[in-house]
Write a protein that binds this ligand. Structure first.
Ligand code: F6P
Length: 544
């Protein structure tokens, strides 16, 4: 297969980028006027995408679509749906779409697992399943990390207005016991269910937290209480869950063809379903399914996830931007940047192509962000005037789900204005006029001018939805999954493995071993040995 950079379509984009180097988004938008909105907007499943504030013209999009076709995006998409083992380095299919209703050879087992999970949710919510002391459950703690945490944690937080059935969700991921300790302070041992969520059931952080939770329950429940009644497990490693002491009926399956960061739709969503109830969980899946249908059938030029992906490729590979800021103007989505860090960076943060060769082109961006407006008072200075440039994705939710009316217009005004400021900036003439209006004298104006001018030309894509509900959230997360997938195809990488996280994990085992032996390990480099020694010495002092 030709290297991406050798494709005629890639070269055409390079030439186009060279020609467009001096273009400013301000001029592109002003010169084209309303007409620009006709080809820079697309919508699906209640989400409206606007890419007009990007450094693109019609030809850019045309060339990007040609590149997507040359990379056989549609073919890879069909192969994913057909259940081909497109995760080649792990020899696995990639079938998370089947979890929300897509056709799949696994249809029966999906339905069985879902029925099992949803019955469990109903039994808990309706008090048929009770705790070791016979009390109804009032809280659930999901113990898991990465894909076994971020999806349900984000969705449960985003859908707080949909909590129903009286079960409060909590999440513990970090092996730092401070997180678990904080949750333990908030819950009642007699009415809390712990779910150990781990696809592999080998993840050290999760197993350590689960063991501590078990010890805590043992201390806080009456002697002889059946602690197993307060544990469930979500895993593809049933035998290890059984060994941990979870009863067979409380083990919920998921499969190797569901990647961890694509798994919130599976039984990994158990804590979420317990919080929001069966109907809302089904609606969440339905929103994602609606986006799936759009992704599978809409023409590329009108395909929301594909458009967003192509704009990302343009910004990354042809404008050379390394960063992507995720800026949700809705506090309910404050965890979205963390969720997307895993979805995007664990999927596409790779330098080895499908063919095993080092890619000669850049791949996934550095993803960061925070809920607006809080981020504005932190890193936006860098976004507007830093020496590097990042693209931004601004998410606007028109209607809040709380009753306090006075804030929403302020919030939305900020979101819209930030897009305007990033893309258009403020040139010297406008800045001079502004400063003159504020009563400064000419010398003061001249001195301040370079500080107060904004170069702009920072690309911004805007996603607008009417409100954040289970359906829209499902659609939003599915949109991002398909965006990441589409970019992975164009970059010719496998978006579904994550070998880059393995080295640190295995070294941690080595370091821990050395600590347990009092720091003795001849194999460490001097720098690492000194750090290990510091820990061992500090522990020694603390133990005295
Ligand atoms: O961070 C690496 C990783 O393997 C993720 O891909 C995964 O989501 C996470 O660890 C948790 O893995 P598990 O569900 O097997 O505990």
């Amino acid at each position: 297969m030709a290297a991406r950079t050798d494709l005629a379509e890639w070269k055409a984009l390079e030439v186009h980028a060279h020609d467009a180097a001096s273009a400013h988004i301000r001029d592109l938008v002003r010169d084209e006027g309303e007409e620009r909105l006709s080809w820079t907007a697309a919508s699906a499943a209640g989400l409206n995408l606007d890419v007009s504030k990007n450094r693109i013209d019609k030809n850019t999009l045309h060339l990007l679509i040609a590149l997507a076709k040359a990379c056989d995006l549609e073919g890879w998409r069909d192969r994913m749906v057909a259940g081909d083992r497109i995760n080649t380095s792990e020899n696995r299919a990639v079938s998370h779409m089947a979890l929300r209703g897509g056709a799949s050879p696994h249809g029966d087992e999906i339905q069985q697992a879902k029925a099992h999970m949803l019955k469990f949710v109903r039994d808990i919510q309706e008090g048929r399943l009770t705790s070791a002391t016979g009390k109804p459950f009032t809280a659930v703690v999901n113990i898991g990390i990465g894909g076994s945490d971020l999806g349900p944690r984000l969705a449960a937080d985003a859908l707080r207005p949909d909590w129903s059935g009286g079960i409060t969700p909590h999440f513990v991921a970090n092996v730092d016991a401070a997180e678990l300790a904080r949750v333990l302070e908030e819950i009642d041992a007699e009415t809390t269910l712990f779910i150990v969520t781990s696809k592999t059931f080998t993840t050290q952080e999760t197993l350590r937290n689960a063991q501590t939770a078990r010890e805590w329950l043992t201390q806080h429940l009456p002697d002889g209480a059946e602690i197993d009644k307060q544990f469930a497990a979500v895993t593809s490693n049933r035998s290890e869950a059984l060994l941990f002491g979870v009863s067979a009926n409380s083990i919920f399956d998921f499969w190797d063809w569901v990647g961890g960061r694509y798994s919130v739709w599976s039984s990994v969503g158990l804590a979420l379903a317990l919080a929001i109830g069966v109907e809302n969980f089904e609606t969440f899946l339905a929103g994602a399914a609606e986006m799936d249908q759009h992704f599978l059938h809409a023409p590329l030029a009108e395909n929301v996830p594909v458009l967003l992906a192509l704009i990302g490729v343009w910004n990354r590979n042809f404008l050379g931007l390394q960063g992507l800021a995720i800026l949700p103007y809705d506090q309910s989505l404050s965890l979205l940047p963390s969720y997307l860090q895993q979805l995007d960076m664990e999927s596409n943060g790779k330098q080895t192509g499908r063919d095993g060769a080092r890619t000669a082109w850049d791949t996934g961006p550095l993803v960061f962000g925070a809920a607006g407006t809080t981020g504005q008072h932190a890193f936006y200075q860098w976004l507007h005037q830093g020496t590097d440039m990042a693209a931004s994705e601004i998410i606007l939710v028109l209607n809040a789900r709380h009753e306090i009316e006075a804030h929403q217009d302020i919030l939305l005004a900020h979101g819209i204005a930030q897009g305007e400021a990033l893309a258009f900036g403020r040139n010297e003439t406008a800045t001079r006029a502004e400063l003159a209006n504020s009563g400064l004298n000419p010398e003061e104006i001249t001195a301040l001018l370079p500080h107060r001018t904004f170069a702009g030309n920072r690309p911004v894509s805007t996603i607008v939805m009417d409100r954040l509900c289970p359906r829209r959230l499902g659609a939003l997360l599915a949109m991002y999954e398909h965006k990441v997938f589409s970019q992975g195809v164009i970059w010719n990488i496998n978006s579904f493995d994550q070998w880059g996280v393995e080295l640190g994990k295995s070294l941690a085992g080595h370091v821990l071993d050395a600590m347990n032996k009092g720091g003795a390990d001849a194999g460490f480099d001097p720098s690492t040995r000194a750090l290990v020694k510091r820990v061992v010495d500090a522990r020694g002092r603390a133990n005295r």
